[in-house]
Design a binder for this molecule. Structure first.
Ligand code: PNS
Length: 160
């Protein structure tokens, strides 16, 4: 049986922390879909098309990973792919409450789907897309936090 997992997020923008989780999840699942969604609580920064394109460039050498955009409920997207495993990265304690809430809501809607968490590496435990957005929009150097394809797309967006 092929173990398929979905790694959902808004990835706005994708960070080195996200790329680390993708690589580690790809090692423990047969197939991984990185699902770029919309978080209703967040105002979009990069266009979803750019997020998907940047992520595809980042994972092009990992054979068992693909990137897709989704709209609507995550559990509906997972069911369309016959997928029963969601992967999320867990940073510090402050992530826990939100993650617990979303995982619980998803489980009520889709009891057959489990959420599993990978803890982030120490060096990325502080890193969040919101940190990158803030540094970038205020003119700081965000290059230590994002992979090159993402850096280029943020640069292009800020130049507009
Ligand atoms: O990276 P994020 O912003 O924490 O990702 C959140 C995301 C996009 C995975 C989440 O908001 C999501 O699944 N959105 C789709 C709608 C949905 O299914 N919500 C879950 C019920 S609370």
């Amino acid at each position: 049986m092929t173990r398929l997992a979905i790694y959902p997020g808004s990835f706005d923008p994708p960070t080195l922390g996200h790329i680390d989780i993708i690589g580690r999840a790809a090692n423990v699942f047969d197939e991984l879909i990185v699902a770029v969604g919309h978080n209703a609580e967040k105002h979009p920064f990069l266009d979803p098309v750019d997020r998907v394109a940047a992520l595809r460039e980042c994972i092009k050498d990992i054979k068992n990973v693909k990137v897709e955009q989704f709209t609507g409920l995550l559990v509906d997207f997972a069911r369309r792919h016959d997928c029963r495993m969601l992967v999320r990265g867990m940073r510090v304690v402050s992530d826990f409450e939100y993650e617990f809430r979303v995982a619980s809501a998803n489980r009520v809607m889709a009891p057959e789907i489990e959420t599993v968490f990978l803890t982030t590496r120490d060096e990325y435990s502080f890193l969040a897309s919101s940190v990158v957005r803030e540094i970038a929009t205020l003119g700081g150097d965000y290059s230590p936090f994002v992979p090159a394809p993402v850096f280029e797309r943020i640069k292009a967006k800020l130049a507009k």
